[in-house]
Ligand binder design. Structure first.
Ligand SMILES: [Zn+2]
Length: 221
């Protein structure tokens, strides 16, 4: 009984590492954890991806640390801010992506790009939270509450009529891998593929399944 209590306490203490972010956190796997927003992260995102608003508070968000494999096969550390309701899903999904060496060019906060969706997309950066409106609309995006994530946006562009975003993703606007002239044609997200199935399993929908426009980079819950 005593041994169990001690080991349980030890387990509990190893699942929290305040020394890393100064905030309580949950470790999913080595290198994969999610944390409350620390003062350091708060000052990094305030006035950039985050501002005072009636829709989402910092308490609703989590800072997620992950590992991933890039297109050259290098292991990298990544970071995301998502809604606390999907923090566990995101840690689990990115662990599976990592295990399968699913290539991601970069996974970093959009604040590294001045909260510019365009610049982040051009850099092929995978990112989630940004308090902003839907592209071409006055309604709030699901990114504004951290419930959406954009994966390798350059090779999975947003396509509406003749508009392709980012502009440097034009080669990937058509989704036939054999016809695609882009360098990363084989990494385009396709209905039914590994990443699609993984997000679906966690209850997300895919922007590539939409009818009015196609947002191939976008998964939301
Ligand atoms: Zn999106």
């Amino acid at each position: 009984m005593t041994i169990c209590l001690v080991s349980c306490l030890l387990m509990a203490s190893t699942s929290v590492f305040p020394q890393i972010s100064n905030t309580p956190g949950t470790v999913y796997k080595d290198g994969f954890s999610y944390h409350e927003i620390s003062p350091a992260i708060e000052s990094r995102i305030t006035g950039s991806s985050y501002r005072e608003n009636p829709d989402i508070s910092l308490d609703d968000l989590r800072y997620v640390k992950i590992k991933y494999v890039d297109f050259e096969g290098n292991e990298k550390s990544g970071e995301l801010i998502v809604n606390r309701r999907i923090a566990k899903d995101i840690a689990e999904i990115f662990y599976e992506l990592y295990k399968h060496e699913y290539p991601l060019e970069e996974v970093s906060l959009i604040d590294n790009y001045g909260a510019s969706d365009e610049k982040s997309m051009e850099a092929n950066n995978t990112t989630s939270f940004n308090y902003r409106k839907i592209t071409g609309s006055s309604s709030l995006s699901r990114h504004a509450c951290g419930m959406a994530i954009d994966i390798n946006p350059q090779i999975n562009p947003y396509v509406k009529g003749n508009t392709v975003l980012p502009a440097n993703g034009k080669a990937y606007a058509q989704r036939d891998e054999k016809k695609c002239t882009g360098k990363y044609a084989s990494a385009m997200i396709q209905r039914g593929d590994f990443i699609y199935t993984l997000f679906k399993k966690h209850g997300f929908s895919w922007g590539g399944d939409w009818n009015s426009l196609k947002d191939y980079q976008h998964f939301e819950k």
